[in-house]
Design a protein around this ligand. Sequence first.
Ligand SMILES: *Cc1c(COP(=O)(O)O)cnc(C)c1O
Length: 472
Amino acid sequence: MMGIPVVAATSAPRATEASTMHAAGDAAAALLDDVLDYARRRALLSPVPLDQPQPPEVLRRLAGETIVAEGIGARRALGVFEHVLAPACLSTDHPGYLSFIPSAPTKAALAFDVVVSASAVYGGSWMEGAGAVHAENEVLDWLAGEFGLPPTAGGVFVQGGTIGNLSALVAARDAARRRRRGAGAAMPERWSIVCSSEAHSSIASAAAVMDVDVLAAPADADGRLRGDAVAAVLAAAGESVFAVVATAGTTNLGIVDDIASIAEVAHARGIWLHVDGAYGLAGMLAPSVRHLFAGVERADSVIVDPHKWLFAPFDSCALIYRDPAVAFAAHTQKAEYLDTLTDSTDWNPSDLAVQLTRRARGLPLWFSLAVHGTERYRVAIEDSLGRARRVAAEIRRRPDLELVREPDLSVVGFRRVGWSPDDYRDWSDRLLAEQRAFVVPSSHAGETILRLALISPLTDDDLLWDVLDSLR
Ligand SMILES: *Cc1c(COP(=O)(O)O)cnc(C)c1O
């Protein structure tokens, strides 16, 4: 077997006087040591402080002026960050951070994020970043396989689910336009997207950017969108619809739409099916809930955010197309200085989404998957699901608490019987002030509720029981 060659360190290039800040040398080494030492301490700190925001005047006073003509030096700048700025940022990886969707990067993924920066990889084109793009593609291929998409599927890691949804919908509309043009059919006066009334706000945001309409189909009594509701909306919408969006795990309550029946209805009319799985689609890796996602294999495009339930650091969304050629046609930017790239048949990730310059943001996930193997991911996701079921059972046991619905995934929505919105808010503020947990009120059907979003394997039952106890 051939060994992996070890690259010998080249001697550091000398800097001109004007750019000593780029030079290698003792000062640079000391600076890197300090910064990496902080990163190491923060990453290994257990438990990390939860921390909390501060008003601008407090930060101005505590941090002082840091941007000045002569520079304040690495030590002081790092000190300001460590002692003033970082404590004014919530630790989204804290085991008690249970709001929105928490982050829980593996040590491997977050360490490799540093390497990605140090390597100055440009992830936009094959010419510049072939090695990185190859590794990202291996991850995307693995995900596509898990979702049941064909081996010809492919995609790109973009900044987040919002850009992923927008990019997929732009490709969908472009495909619809081409098809109509090809068939000599007239274009509709307005284009529209059909999605659930429970769909994520980023769908409405994408529609606003694209200047298209959103036709909301009613979710059923359990919050799921089904094919028959989509069919009713499509029947009334005429030819204007270019995409149907199914949600694979709503952010608020983790509800997975009936994707199979939606796919049936959309494809019977030749309409693009996009699956927004930014949070929940990672659940498909877990055997216990995989069946909920039946139909994803028929999607024309899907997204899942590794920075949510796939344990990667911010920011990362895997966007995968059934037929990447359609996305290349929609997104490739044309410019004289880019001709050398666009004339080639290379796989250029830039050309698959609304973006050009891109960080190889799939690499932290690639490294962590390579280090740990895919099985550990399944176990970690099952772990979140098991915790959600235990919390739900405990809520059912407590007379002053009530589940909004049984959790399908790892978000548990519930109410405290008899509490007003103010009670919820005061309780939430107190919990954070006491640095116990970060749980902000949410709402469901016009009612204030609480939700616990369970992602981190470090969130133990003691912490969760303490949160429930504090609701007495
Ligand atoms: C989080 C989320 C998004 C948006 O993703 P960002 O990465 O925050 O832009 C879209 N859809 C769903 C279902 C989400 O949970």
